[in-house]
Design a protein around this ligand. Structure first.
Ligand code: ADP
Ligand code: MG
Length: 538
């Protein structure tokens, strides 16, 4: 896969400056392919998984094509939810940082329509909206489609899942046919291909081809964390694992700079490496890294590509990488020259889906781990301190210090108390904050799909039988967690749970019962391998 530089894409200097301010160093694969096609005026079908930068893939070229001197509506982006409409318009505003004369407006349900109407009256060239609300404005004639030249269907699969097909078709019918139509989606079901057939003009199909990748034999784990405890999580892992060299990956230059500052603030020897550094600065950082005056190097993918260091103990994916190739490149930085290496990945919320995709495509075994607790950290510190003390005793040459202790003993202190006090003095760390890094794992699915299954007396409920019970001290949470984890269904669709001494009944929607049974096959709950089947009718 070629990762193109934004500089090589014939973009305006205003756009390049804005992109650089956003901290993007190079285009993601879907961007590398889509941007030039959209710039050339062709229709595009773009498919790539969530989190691969599809917004900028159409946003960058689309905004280049908007005529700032024409106050009429020129582009409509349709997306499934209000959150996405807002998010996309925020990303667009960042892209437009140096082009103040292009107006972007999100329109979505739930916001007073009068306010949107008056905003529209002032004139705006780009709207980003949910299909329902766009229809609403069309029928009020507050949105005039005659001048629209660009249409984007973003997250098309989700829009169809949410039942927006008819609305989308009505909207597309109203937009002049001499237009450029772009469609982006994580998946490409038949229904979408039908849409593209009818409403696009010889579209170019762009997808990210997955290469055969060999995963180096590296011990890989991931941790589910909240965004705001990532820094604490990183510090705790570094403290407990005590690597002499680690490499931490962030997705943007900005994030690299921020993290370096935070780590330095906490007393770690950390430096950053990214594309904005001049060669002499870069050389200096690399020199420090090589001669070990630096313990943590924080880098972007681009900056790390030329990195030639053999003994990195741990690679951290502080941000989950944009695609599986980055993942492989990143973790390949450790475990080189015959040494064993480890890779730790942080996953926030929905990113778990992206991680699963990475696992699937690379066939990598990435184990879910819990972050070490403060207790674990203390234990490790104590152990290493005690070992050090033993070494010092074995080495001898302690006369000077023995004299001090003898002096204290004459004052009626026991040697045991003195030793214990020295331990406390060395080990007690008032700075260690009691931060709880534990979080519930994330099980998210589109709620609409499961809405009808909430009723427990529903005929569509199936009762499952599991061979684990009170004897194993199993709790409802263990059952929900295991089912959600192994079969990917959201915990909240799991219904009533009855735990008996040796077995448990669980009510689940019939539509997903089979998935659960397959997913749980030969799996363990609380360390016990369980059997699961449909409960026999009495
Ligand atoms: P998708 O629509 O494919 O799910 P998004 O467009 O929402 O993905 O992008 C996911 C994240 O990646 C966003 O935070 C975005 O700012 C970031 N991103 C997009 N392109 C790049 C890039 N070239 N370099 C670094 N980060 C990027
Ligand atoms: Mg998107």
């Amino acid at each position: 896969m070629d990762y193109l530089k934004f500089e090589d894409m014939n973009l305006s200097s205003d756009a390049l400056k804005a992109i650089s301010d956003m901290g993007f160093e190079e285009a993601t694969p879907i961007q590398s392919q889509s941007i030039s096609i959209i710039m050339s005026g062709r229709d595009v079908i773009g498919q790539s998984q969530t989190g691969t930068g599809k917004t900028a893939a159409f946003g960058i070229p689309l905004l280049e094509k908007i005529d700032p001197f024409d106050r009429h509506l020129q582009a409509i982006i349709l997306c499934p939810t209000r959150e996405l409409a807002i998010q996309t318009s925020e990303e667009f505003r960042k892209l437009l940082k140096y082009r103040g004369n292009v107006k972007v407006l999100p329109i979505y349900g739930g916001q007073p329509i009068d306010r949107q109407i008056s905003a529209l009256k002032k004139g705006c060239q780009v709207i980003i909206g949910t299909p329902g609300r766009v229809m609403d404005h069309m029928s009020r004639r507050t949105l005039k489609m005659e001048t629209v030249r660009f249409v984007v269907l973003d997250e098309a699969d989700e829009m169809l899942d949410m039942g927006f097909r008819e609305d989308i078709e009505t909207i597309l019918e109203k937009i002049p046919s001499e237009r450029q139509t772009m469609l982006f989606s994580a998946t490409m079901p038949q229904e979408i291909l039908e849409l593209t057939d009818r409403y696009q003009n010889e579209p170019e199909y762009v997808t990210v081809i997955h290469k055969e990748l060999t995963v180096p034999s590296i011990d890989q784990s991931y941790f589910e964390v909240k965004e705001k405890v990532k820094l604490d999580a990183l510090c705790r892992l570094i403290d407990i694992e005590n690597p002499s060299l680690s490499l931490v990956f962030c997705n943007t230059k900005k994030l690299v700079d921020e993290l370096v500052e935070q780590l330095q603030g906490r007393g770690y020897f950390a430096e950053g490496l990214h594309g904005d550094l001049k060669q002499p600065q870069r050389d200096l950082v690399m020199k420090k890294f090589r001669n070990r005056t630096l313990e943590i190097l924080v880098a972007t993918d681009v900056a790390a590509r030329g990195l030639d260091v053999d003994d990195i103990d741990i690679v951290f994916n502080y941000d989950l990488p944009q695609d599986e190739e980055y993942y492989i490149h990143r973790i390949g930085r450790t475990g080189r020259a015959g040494k064993s290496g480890r890779a730790f990945t942080f996953v926030v919320g929905k990113e778990i889906y992206k991680l699963r995709e990475i696992m699937k495509l690379t066939k990598a075994k990435i184990a879910r781990k819990k972050l070490p607790s403060l207790g674990d950290l203390e234990e490790v510190k104590t152990r290493s301190f005690v070992d050090k003390i033993k070494d010092i005793v074995d080495e001898g040459h302690l006369t000077k210090y023995v004299n001090i202790v003898e002096g204290m003993i004459t004052e009626d202190y026991s040697t045991l108390d003195i030793a214990a006090a020295l331990m406390k003095h060395n080990l007690y760390d008032a700075d260690v904050a009691e931060i709880d890094l534990e979080i519930e794992p994330f099980y998210e699915r589109k709620p609409t799909k499961f809405k009808s299954y909430y009723r427990e007396d529903d005929a569509n409920i199936t009762r499952l039988f599991l061979t684990i019970g009170k004897k194993e001290k199993v709790k409802p949470n263990d059952i929900v967690g295991a089912i959600a984890n192994e079969s990917g269904v959201p915990g909240r669709v799991i219904g009533h749970i009855d735990i008996y001494d040796e077995f448990t009944f669980v009510d689940v929607p019939e539509s997903i019962a089979k998935d659960i049974i397959t997913g749980m096959k030969n799996k363990k709950i609380k360390g016990k391998k369980i059997h699961i089947e449909r409960a026999k009718k009495l």
